[in-house]
Write a protein that binds this ligand. Structure first.
Ligand SMILES: Cc1cc2nc3c(=O)[nH]c(=O)nc-3n(C[C@H](O)[C@H](O)[C@H](O)COP(=O)(O)OP(=O)(O)OC[C@H]3O[C@@H](n4cnc5c(N)ncnc54)[C@H](O)[C@@H]3O)c2cc1C
Length: 386
């Protein structure tokens, strides 16, 4: 039974639509070009906005299409086909926007949601700092209110993806109470052209197009109503955010891992050495068989986590399993793909070197593989009541 037989007709059709769109409207050549030139994919983003896909998870009454997390995970799978970086350019804004839907005031929704769906503004999420990575709640960047209620922010954030793109609003985790590690965190919405904000795109191995950034804040001032949720609610917002982020990125890893295996499979059948297609060497055939098995398993983990979340069930461990296995699968498939493509794998037009570079980041961003294992292990402790 094909893995996508677990999808109903509507879900299958949706995945086909996104995959066809990637093949024909976006194209692998465009994704490769943005990576090679470190260019943000503005044209593709506008095309996706035109389709209405930025609002896939947003309720109809807010102007979105009211899809569920399963629809979103399928979109992520399709968008991830030609690389995780490209998928990120759409996933980071869309999963960050959901914080406004869940925790924003009516005024914030009125200000941001429609321009977001139409592609006029985008969102980034800034949790990490130079000294707060896996221990993200060790956030030091601090904000305090002045006599007018405006927020004054000082500090440094790290690795904020997409923050340098035009018209981006950054959802930033800041410290508002030094004495309470978790309860002392607050989320602020900060437009990326706010005076005092310095944002530098970093020359990273991965994420060439969406870009990831360092951010310095020197007495940055934003109005009192820039707060998302309440003072001290940052911890809750980020935990909620991370579950959605992990489900989305896991979908994209699966889409990209599938393409890495398919690409290697096509090449192995075309490339002849010693008078025969290299696919006929059992060692390569088995490598491909094993990797397709991994991709199918990763896909099923994503579908399980997304189905549970769509049904309103708590799925922290299942989401971490999907994220862990999806990212490790992508890394393995890209690494083996490099071996199967031989010397050609090193060229950009083979696409595999891009998949490999991005796969190395996939086991780090959104919580490392070690952190995912810790989350899964904690849930087992609870289950066994140890
Ligand atoms: C390209 C890129 C894009 C990113 N985009 C964003 C973004 O948009 N927004 C954002 O906020 N962040 C972003 N990040 C940051 C990312 O989430 C962090 O890099 C990640 O959480 C790990 O933090 P760290 O890099 O500080 O590593 P560290 O936390 O210093 O970890 C280093 C090593 O120690 C291990 N380790 C740490 N703690 C433990 C533990 N308790 N148990 C076992 N092992 C442990 C880690 O697994 C890792 O192997 C991005 C990162 C990259 C590279």
């Amino acid at each position: 039974m094909a893995v996508n037989n677990f999808l109903n007709e509507e879900q299958k059709a949706w995945l086909d639509v996104v995959n066809d769109f990637m093949d024909n409207e976006i194209t692998v050549e465009y994704v490769r070009h943005c990576d090679q030139n470190r260019e943000y994919p503005y044209e593709a983003y506008a095309k996706i906005a035109e389709q209405g896909w930025l609002g896939v998870l947003i309720p109809e009454e807010e102007g979105g299409s009211g899809g569920d997390i399963f629809d979103y995970a399928l979109m992520a799978e399709g968008l991830g086909k030609f690389g995780f970086d490209f998928a990120c350019s759409v996933l980071v804004p869309t999963f960050t926007a959901m914080n406004i839907i869940k925790f924003g005031t009516q005024e914030q929704k009125d200000e941001y949601v429609k321009p977001f769906i139409s592609g006029d503004i985008r969102f980034s999420v800034s949790m990490s700092e130079p000294d707060a990575g896996s221990d993200v709640f060790g956030t030091k960047t601090h904000a305090k209110q002045d006599e007018n209620g405006d927020w004054i922010i000082n500090g440094a954030k790290m690795w904020c993806s997409g923050a340098k793109a035009d018209n981006t609003v950054i959802a930033m985790l800041v410290r508002t109470d030094q004495n309470d590690k978790h309860g002392g965190l607050t989320m602020l919405l900060i437009p990326n052209d706010t005076p005092g904000l310095v944002i530098n795109k970093l020359p990273t191995l991965s994420r060439h197009a969406t870009g990831t950034t360092e951010i310095f804040l020197d007495d940055v001032k934003v109005p009192a109503d820039s707060i998302l949720g309440k003072v001290g609610q940052g911890h809750e917002i980020i935990l909620n955010h991370l579950e959605l982020e992990r489900c989305a990125v896991a979908g994209a890893y699966v889409g990209n891992a599938q393409e890495a295996v398919s690409n290697a499979n096509r090449y192995a059948q075309q490339r002849t050495q010693f008078g025969t297609a290299i696919y006929n060497f059992q060692v390569l055939k088995h490598m491909l068989a094993e990797n397709q098995t991994r991709v199918d398993a990763a896909r099923l983990l994503v579908y399980r986590a997304a189905a549970m979340k769509a049904a309103g069930e708590s799925a922290a461990a299942e989401t971490s399993m999907a994220k862990l296995y999806g990212s490790e699968t992508l890394k393995q498939c890209a690494l083996d793909g490099m071996q199967i493509l031989g010397g050609f794998s090193n060229l950009p037009e083979a696409d595999m070197e891009r998949y490999l570079r991005e796969s190395v980041q996939s086991t780090i961003g959104g919580g490392t593989s070690q952190i995912q294992r810790t989350i899964i292990a904690k849930s087992r402790l609870k289950l066994n009541n140890v």
